[in-house]
Design a protein around this ligand. Structure first.
Ligand SMILES: Nc1ncnc2c1ncn2[C@@H]1O[C@H](COP(=O)(O)OP(=O)(O)O)[C@@H](O)[C@H]1O
Ligand SMILES: [Mg+2]
Length: 289
């Protein structure tokens, strides 16, 4: 059998990560006009993505992505299927290993060194997936407890108390003893959000959390996310096609296509006056649906 020809991708050489002070100063200047979120010049971004490149086999699917997210900021990421949105989120919590570039959480580089405690990192960066990923044999409450006891080392009593608080917060206090099969998709996703929040992460990543839901169940999940953003002060990076949500809740909208951040800015600017033709086309195609 002929051996598969090895094709190497042309990965651009990337500069070393900026110092914390320089990165913060640059991000402050860059981001100030692009986000509704207010931050001070002495603050630092909580997530820094510098020159992120990711390839699968010979295809470069993220090409020099640069993005900073501020504590308490809600960033919505839009873009067509295959543009690299999930890959970017998955690089942030090291579900994927970046090929080149730097990701820093609270100015700590998680890429490259091999020294990152991945469990600790994921504890700090909660993720909500399209496909809930609940344990089917556990009740809602047990699903929210398990990370707390296994990862955070909380007692069963502490974890249960927290689970009930978080299930209440997502409107499922009365469903604590139901298993996933006894819950609707929307309810399951709200359990998944409660589970993520119960770990008290610094950042929550959402990857199309409502895309698998029947239309009538979408609202309940978006309401929970809106509450986290507006009343919980949570830092959130949300990949979604829910334009109404994005427009209302996002501090900043980021449009990605073909592995590149094409455009970013205040949601009203990106939605109503996109500067890039491809952004306009994409928004047009979504709104035409
Ligand atoms: N594990 C993988 N192996 C190979 N290719 C992948 C893998 N994951 C994603 N890709 C490819 O990377 C590109 C970006 O995918 P993805 O990040 O899932 O896009 P999006 O979330 O914007 O739809 C796509 O072309 C996809 O096929
Ligand atoms: Mg995706």
């Amino acid at each position: 059998m002929p051996r598969k020809k090895h094709v190497s991708v042309d990965i651009p050489e990337v500069p070393p990560a900026l110092s914390a002070e320089e990165a913060a100063a640059r991000a402050y200047e860059h981001d100030k006009p692009l986000t509704k979120h207010s931050f001070e010049s002495h603050e630092h971004p909580i997530v820094r993505i510098e020159h992120l490149n990711k390839s699968f086999d010979e295809t470069l699917v993220l090409k020099d992505v640069n993005l900073d997210v501020w504590p308490g900021e809600v960033v919505v990421v839009l873009g067509p299927s295959g543009s690299g949105k999930s890959t970017m989120l998955r690089c942030i919590n090291l579900l994927e290993t970046p090929t080149a570039g730097h990701i820093l959480i609270e100015d700590e580089e998680i890429t490259g060194s091999g020294k990152t405690d991945v469990n600790k990192l994921r504890q700090n960066l909660g993720m909500v997936f399209q496909s809930f990923n609940l344990f089917p044999h556990l009740t809602a409450k047990e699903n929210v407890m398990i990370g707390q006891t296994k990862v955070l080392g909380k007692t069963k009593e502490e974890a249960e108390r927290e689970a009930l608080v978080q299930l209440d917060a997502v409107g499922l206090g009365d469903r604590a003893d139901f298993t996933p099969a006894q819950l609707s998709g929307g309810q399951q996703q709200r359990v998944a959000i409660a589970r993520a929040v119960a770990m008290h992460p610094d950042v929550l990543l959402f990857d199309e959390p409502t895309s698998a839901l029947d239309p009538e169940l979408v609202r309940g999940v978006l309401d929970v996310m809106r509450d986290l953003a507006e009343n919980g002060g949570m830092t959130m990076i949300v990949v979604t096609h829910e334009m109404g949500f994005a427009r209302d809740v996002a501090d900043r909208a980021v449009f990605m296509e073909d592995g590149v951040v094409v455009e970013q800015g205040l949601p009203e600017n990106v939605f109503d006056h996109p500067e890039n033709e491809r952004t306009a086309e994409f928004l047009g195609s979504i709104q035409a649906k």
